[in-house]
Design a protein around this ligand. Structure first.
Ligand SMILES: NC(=O)c1ccc[n+]([C@@H]2O[C@H](COP(=O)([O-])OP(=O)(O)OC[C@H]3O[C@@H](n4cnc5c(N)ncnc54)[C@H](OP(=O)(O)O)[C@@H]3O)[C@@H](O)[C@H]2O)c1
Length: 249
């Protein structure tokens, strides 16, 4: 007979506040769900108010705010109105622009190259004064762009900026921690849909049959990593791949 205790492990984010910039769907919403299970209060943002309302009811969010993350006035207002302290912020809003670079106009190229960096930096600036030491800012990228491929175009160059940016920002805003995770394709982002070679159910089946893990990475898989990066205070400045080995096949 086992005489050890059978009590459940203590929630790892009890009393903490997690802000999900892009929290009404996908990875952001699944991270909010897991953060709630770990005892955190969650605040969800996104553009579509109806989707936010439904997501907030789903996970029991403390608060929501509808704004476009590319609107710097709007997110400054949001962070100004937030009571301190904020423990963790995950940014999943926005996404890459796929396609041949010669077909892109200059503004789109600039945006694609700097989008994640500029958004991460702007949010770091306004949020840092309210963040608890040891808290974390998590950025999001993909592993798909690591492979040079005419279908992903500028995404490869944009993806390459994330690890050094993450490390440099981690030095600047310490003791707040900064980390990135790059996930593999779990479903087709809207921006990929015009490229029929990628946009097909066959692609998903192909991933299932070729990935070393034998399945596609889910939003919940990525959320589990995000929670670990929040909880483990030894981690900062690094970029983590979560793609089931997709980059190698
Ligand atoms: N899905 C994949 O397979 C995959 C693979 C690699 C990398 N990624 C990256 O992971 C991130 C999240 O992916 P996901 O699958 O979780 O996406 P998703 O299911 O489409 O969810 C995106 C969330 O962000 C919000 N959002 C999007 N653009 C926004 C903006 N400009 N301002 C404010 N909120 C915004 C969305 O709500 P609203 O639309 O209402 O604003 C939604 O809550 C993206 O950066 C994506 O590029 C995804």
């Amino acid at each position: 007979m086992n005489g050890g205790s059978t009590s459940a492990p203590a929630p790892q984010l009890a009393g903490q506040t997690v802000v999900l910039i892009g929290g009404s769907a996908g990875i952001g919403l699944e991270t909010a769900r897991r953060a709630r299970l770990e005892g955190a209060d969650v605040i969800l943002t996104g553009r579509n108010p109806e989707r936010l309302k439904a997501a907030a009811a789903d996970v029991g969010a403390l608060r929501t705010a509808a704004f476009d993350a590319n609107d710097s006035d709007a997110f400054r207002e949001f962070f100004d109105s937030m009571p301190a302290p904020i423990d963790h912020i995950l940014i999943t809003a926005g996404g890459p622009t796929y396609g041949p670079m010669l077909e892109m106009d200059v503004a789109d190229v600039r945006d694609a190259l700097s989008g994640h960096v500029v958004l991460g930096l702007q949010i770091a600036r306004v949020a840092q004064p309210k963040m608890r030491p040891g808290g974390s800012l998590l950025l999001m990228g993909g592993t798909g762009g690591r492979r040079i491929d005419h279908r992903v175009g500028i995404v490869s160059a944009a993806t390459a900026t994330l690890p050094p940016f993450t490390a440099a920002l981690a030095l600047e805003i310490a003791p707040v921690r900064v980390q990135s995770h790059r996930c593999g394709l779990r479903r087709h982002p809207r921006s990929l849909r015009r490229y029929s070679a990628i946009n097909s159910n066959n692609r998903r089946q192909e991933l299932i049959s070729t990935l070393p893990i034998g399945r596609v990475v889910t939003a919940d898989d990525v959320a589990a990593l995000a929670i670990h990066l929040m909880v483990n205070t030894a981690l900062t400045g690094a970029t983590y791949d979560i793609d089931g080995g997709q980059q190698f096949v």
